[in-house]
Design a protein around this ligand. Structure first.
Ligand code: NAP
Length: 230
């Protein structure tokens, strides 16, 4: 049994938590306002869920999902995550997160910023390019014809293998994009940013449509890098 820790328990955090519990795992949830504010969610998720502080969730997780607005990434606890595999779902939205020069000029990627903040952890980018409702709806058992693939990127092969196994357990195949530096391929403004899972090619929040690894890979490899829009 795996325990998933969550730094952030909103749309994506709560969706991944639901899938993890459905796979028989335990989850420890946290947010910015304190564990008591997660009582309704914990009650809905049942006995395999509990709420804690971010520090406690980091310490409790065999695998920890960081799923907060990017502007808050420096608040992610460092010590409790040392040596751990950390899945980074975050995306850069300047309107929400403020301007980050090194992302605007393309000299790094958002997951590399988190990795620099967590030098003793193994950051794997994942879940960043799927709308949370699609993530909820497209999970399938291993071997299903209509199983979807989720892109990951990371600098540590063993960490990526752990994430691959975790994603398989909760209903998804995995497509490895390579190192964290390749993570821009599935970031906002790219066609591999959610649209592959949407029934409407122009609206990533439209109804869910399965997408296998060939489609995700094709879109990611065709990506081109452009400066962020204001
Ligand atoms: N929504 C999607 O479909 C989607 C898909 C892929 C990726 N993403 C990305 O994933 C991240 C999370 O998105 P979301 O839609 O799940 O956001 P959300 O619904 O707004 O939830 C954000 C969560 O982060 C928590 N949080 C904020 N600051 C924190 C801190 N310093 N420490 C601990 N927890 C903190 C919030 O807690 P409080 O409520 O207590 O402040 C909340 O639980 C974003 O970077 C987003 O761009 C979103």
């Amino acid at each position: 049994m795996t325990t998933w820790g969550f730094i952030g328990s909103g749309n994506i955090g709560s969706t991944v938590a639901r899938l993890a519990i459905a796979a028989g795992h335990d989850v420890v949830l946290s947010n910015s306002r304190g564990p008591e504010t997660l009582a309704d969610l914990v009650s809905e998720l049942g006995p395999h869920a509990r709420a804690a502080t971010a520090q406690e969730a980091a310490a409790a997780g065999d695998l920890v999902v960081v799923t907060i607005p990017l502007k808050a990434y420096r608040h992610v606890p460092v010590d409790g995550l040392a040596g751990k595999v950390v899945i980074d779902t975050m995306n850069y939205y300047p309107g929400r997160d403020g301007r980050i020069d090194v992302l605007d000029d393309g000299s790094t990627t958002s997951s590399e910023l988190l990795q620099a903040h967590l030098p003793q952890s193994h950051v794997v980018k994942g879940f960043n390019n799927i709308y949370f409702q699609h993530l909820r709806d497209l999970a399938r058992p291993s071997g299903s014809d209509d199983r979807s693939a989720l892109a990951i990127a990371g600098d540590d092969a063993a960490a990526k293998d752990s994430v691959r196994r975790a994603l398989d357990a909760i209903g998804y195949d995995t497509l490895d994009l390579g190192p964290l530096a390749e993570g821009w391929r599935t970031q906002p403004d790219q066609s591999a940013y959610g649209l592959q899972y949407a029934a409407d090619e122009k609206d990533w929040t439209a109804g869910a449509r399965p997408a296998g690894s060939d489609e995700v890979a094709g879109r990611a490899m065709r990506a081109t890098r452009a400066p962020h829009e204001a």
